[in-house]
Design a protein around this ligand. Structure first.
Ligand code: HXC
Ligand code: NAP
Length: 302
């Protein structure tokens, strides 16, 4: 089902007319809603995934709802030759794309000691290697043709504070964070800029099935780990992606922007548990700290 109405977007209609955007993993979840936002604003959109039926259905769904051009492409980004073929197809269909969203990913929770080499590769080959090869295939063409473009990679806030129980994903996303920073400098003066989005919790079927197995996507509309006390809304992510893809943000380069209601700041402080304290606990803590201070003071010799 299509997700957005024009009122959900903060941009003028037609903003992205003339733009051509490729979104990996655009047949579901966050990729699909970013595709929808771009399509609604007039861009031509290409979405890829391994399940041809899913991307085709998503493209139909979106064009039925909003008109315009959205094309589904079956492609496994773990296979460099398949990427080259897909990118050729897109270029042949109307020339260079103006924006790429590295959104495709795989993930599951697992104790790290339980991961097999194939389990590690299942994640790293999509996120770390696959996203690089898609970026490189597009980049080679942009550079050869002297075209300007914007690349937006979808990361997680784990790039800043790690991701226990999701280590292959956290490591791979951290690699893409460094790719973003590196290529922002290497290719910036040739008109290709790189930014990234680090979403907090946005309940999607794909993510929740692997990260909160057994829980429905509706089960956590309120999230106590998020300072704003809620999950992200799809339109909020779509607006940020459009901003970074559009030349209106042309001076933003090499940045990773969190859209997480502030949750990585709470996690980063390491004092999450204090949120559950009431007056009694704070009083006991204050007394305990005071008594330690007094003991220390009594021992001072200067
Ligand atoms: C341990 C597991 C496992 C699990 C799979 N494996 N699931 N190991 N715990 N839960 C191991 C398998 O045993 C196997 O190793 C290896 O991984 C490959 O498994 P396959 O099923 O053959 O893999 P494949 O078909 O390639 O599927 C890839 C996948 C799958 C990543 C495992 O989940 C997938 O297709 N995901 C795409 C969608 C997705 O994950 N979306 C969520 C994105 S959310 P052995 O050695 O046994 O052969 C996200 C961040 C969210 O990224 C952040 C929220 C805040
Ligand atoms: P999702 O619906 O499962 O999206 C993942 C997409 O990637 C699927 O469409 C999948 O399609 C595609 N994909 C996976 N492997 C691929 C491959 N080898 N080649 C091509 N496409 C592939 O999950 P989501 O929640 O929307 O996640 C989208 C992005 O947001 C991911 O990068 C994820 O890490 C990030 N993210 C999500 C959240 C969240 O809360 N949802 C939070 C932080 C970051 P196929 O299976 O058909 O290939």
């Amino acid at each position: 089902m299509a997700e957005l109405a024009m009122d959900d977007l903060m941009f003028r209609p037609g903003l992205m007319k003339g733009q051509r955007i490729l979104i990996t993993g655009g047949g579901t979840g966050l990729g699909k809603v970013m595709a929808e936002g771009c399509l609604m604003l007039g861009a031509e959109v290409y979405i890829c995934g391994r399940r041809g039926g899913v991307v085709d259905a998503a493209a139909k769904d979106l064009t039925d709802a909003h008109g315009g051009k959205c094309v589904g492409l079956a492609c496994d980004i773990r296979v460099p030759e398949a990427i080259a073929e897909m990118v050729d197809t897109v270029w042949a269909d109307g020339g260079a794309i103006t924006g790429l969203v590295n959104n495709a990913a795989g993930n599951f929770i697992s104790r790290t000691e339980d991961l097999s080499p194939r389990g590690f590769d299942a994640i790293a080959n999509i996120v770390f290697r696959g996203s690089f090869f898609v970026t490189q295939e597009c980049g080679k063409r942009w550079l050869a043709e002297g075209k300007h473009a914007s690349v937006v990679s979808i990361l997680t806030t784990w790039v800043w504070h790690g991701g226990p129980f999701t280590v292959p994903s956290a490591m791979s996303k951290a690699g893409l964070n460094v790719m973003t920073q590196s290529l922002a400098v290497e290719w910036g003066n040739r008109g290709i800029r790189f930014n990234a989005i680090a979403p907090g919790p946005f309940p999607t079927e794909g993510a929740w099935a692997r990260l909160n197995p057994g829980a429905g996507t509706e089960s956590e509309a309120k999230d106590p780990t998020v300072p704003l006390d809620r999950n992200g809304e799809m339109r909020e992510l779509a607006n940020l992606a459009v901003y970074l893809l559009d030349p209106g943000s042309a001076y933003v380069n090499g940045q990773t922007i969190a859209i997480d209601g502030g949750s990585h700041l709470r996690g980063g402080g390491g004092f999450n548990r204090l949120a559950a304290w009431g007056d009694a606990e704070w009083e006991a803590a204050r007394d305990s700290i005071r008594s330690t201070n007094e003991k220390d003071r009594a021992q001072r010799t200067v």
